[in-house]
Design a protein. Structure first.
Length: 126
C-alpha cells in the first residue's frame, strides 16, 4: 500500500569530499599551532613587578632575572647569556620583583655592551 504524499526515501550516503576536507583542516590547525611557537618558561619561580600595563617586546629574546640576580636565557645560565643574545635585536627582561635596582642596572649595562638595541622590562597589571 502506497500513500499519495509519501516520497521515496533516499539512503544516507556519506559525502566523499568531507573526509579529505577534515584532514586538510586538521593539518592547517596543526601547522598554525606549531608555527606560533611556545612562550619560554622561567627556570624557577618568578614574581613579575606591577606596572601601568603589560609590556611585551614583540617577539624578542627573553632574558630571565631572578630575585638573587641570576640570569637565564634558554638553557644558558649566568654571564654566558650575554654572548648568546642576538645583537641588534630587542630583549624582553622578565625580572623578579625582588631583584635590586643595582642588579637590574648592571644587566642593562651588560646588554648595551653586548650590542642589544632595545631592552624592555615586562610588568603585569596590578
Amino acid at each position: 500500500m502506497r500513500f499519495a504524499d509519501a516520497r521515496p526515501r533516499r539512503r544516507a550516503v556519506p559525502d566523499a569530499l568531507s573526509v579529505p576536507l577534515v584532514g586538510v583542516v586538521f593539518l592547517l590547525l596543526l601547522f598554525f599551532l606549531l608555527s606560533a611557537g611556545l612562550p619560554p618558561h622561567p627556570p624557577g619561580p618568578l614574581d613579575l613587578p606591577a606596572g601601568p600595563g603589560p609590556v611585551d617586546a614583540g617577539g624578542g629574546a627573553v632574558l630571565f632575572l631572578d630575585a638573587e640576580g641570576g640570569l637565564a636565557f634558554g638553557a644558558l645560565r649566568g654571564p654566558a647569556v650575554f654572548r648568546a643574545l642576538p645583537a641588534g635585536r630587542a630583549v624582553e627582561i622578565r625580572a623578579d620583583r625582588g631583584v635590586s635596582a643595582s642588579a637590574l642596572a648592571h644587566v642593562l649595562a651588560r646588554l648595551a655592551e653586548a650590542g642589544i638595541a632595545e631592552a624592555r622590562l615586562v610588568t603585569v597589571t596590578p
